[in-house]
Design a binder for this molecule. Structure first.
Ligand SMILES: [Zn+2]
Length: 264
């Protein structure tokens, strides 16, 4: 009986804390044993932001320093949609949750990383197609329910220079890749994703009109992560994401810290 109990307990432990499971990865991370990729760019004045209207660069100023005031402290101002940030469901749709209302369980999930850099190298306007998703599934597995899908377009290589990141043409149109509406609809309706992310300024491509992807994703109550860093360092699957957005009451989104926990 004692041996049976020991085996039973061991089985339960493996089930909930075994390596490979999300709980196991979290346990490993807490002990500093899991590889962690920070998907967040540091905030500074050079950060990319949506370059229209009243949007302004990130600003930081020191308001107290240790030499003079015996304490170091600063203040900052920023648009919500600057740097690595989240678009809350209310960003493009009425009566949807604001950034402070997105529940924890939606902000933690399995990452699916789709790499389209070979396409975007040839075509800056490339949008993720349904066929790209089906090809990913053929090579890997069916995208599990509740996944967070991240699109690696290779645009991270341009992050250091806002001009080549925006990539404006002679007609003042931005040219960078994104998702297609068709892909967004499929991910929401057939794969029940928690949200999507991308390493560019927007889920919709720069030269796309009407923000169709934003409407599909936000309309379904889901979020979009934009200007996500280090997507080229993630495996196609196996990473667990933790997204921690700033809690602006009623906000349309905002800066967030995003960690990817990798299995050992
Ligand atoms: Zn945004």
């Amino acid at each position: 009986m004692k041996i049976f109990l020991q085996i039973f307990t061991l089985g339960l432990t493996l089930l909930f804390f075994g390596r490979g499971s999300s709980a196991g990865i979290l346990e490993d991370a807490m002990e500093g044993k899991a590889p962690i990729i920070d998907l967040t760019y540091p905030l500074n004045e050079k950060n990319a932001y949506w370059p229209v209207g009243n949007y302004t660069p990130f600003k930081y100023e020191v308001i107290a320093n240790i030499k003079r005031d015996r304490v170091f402290s600063g203040r900052y101002s920023t648009p919500e949609h600057l740097g690595t940030h989240i678009d809350a469901p209310n960003h493009f749709e009425l009566n949807k949750p604001s950034v402070d209302q997105i529940p924890f369980e939606q902000l933690v999930g399995h990452a699916v990383v789709i790499d389209v850099t070979d396409k975007t190298n040839k075509d800056a306007d490339y949008v993720l197609l349904l066929s790209d998703i089906l090809l990913w599934e053929k090579v890997n597995e069916q995208i599990p329910d509740g996944a967070i899908v991240l699109l690696n377009t290779g645009w991270g290589k341009r992050w250091h220079d806002f001009e080549i990141y925006k990539n404006k043409d002679n007609n003042d149109r931005m040219r960078f890749p994104g998702y297609s509406k068709e892909a967004a609809v499929f991910l929401v309706e057939k794969r029940h994703i928690k949200g999507i992310g991308i390493d560019t300024l927007s889920g919709d491509c720069g030269n796309c009109s009407d923000f169709q992807v934003h409407h599909v994703i936000n309309g379904a109550g889901k979020f979009i992560l934009e200007n996500v860093a280090n997507l080229d360092k993630l495996p196609p699957r196996g990473a667990t994401l933790i997204i921690a957005p700033i809690k602006i009451e009623g906000g349309s989104g905002g800066q967030c810290r995003i960690w990817a926990l990798l299995p050992r």
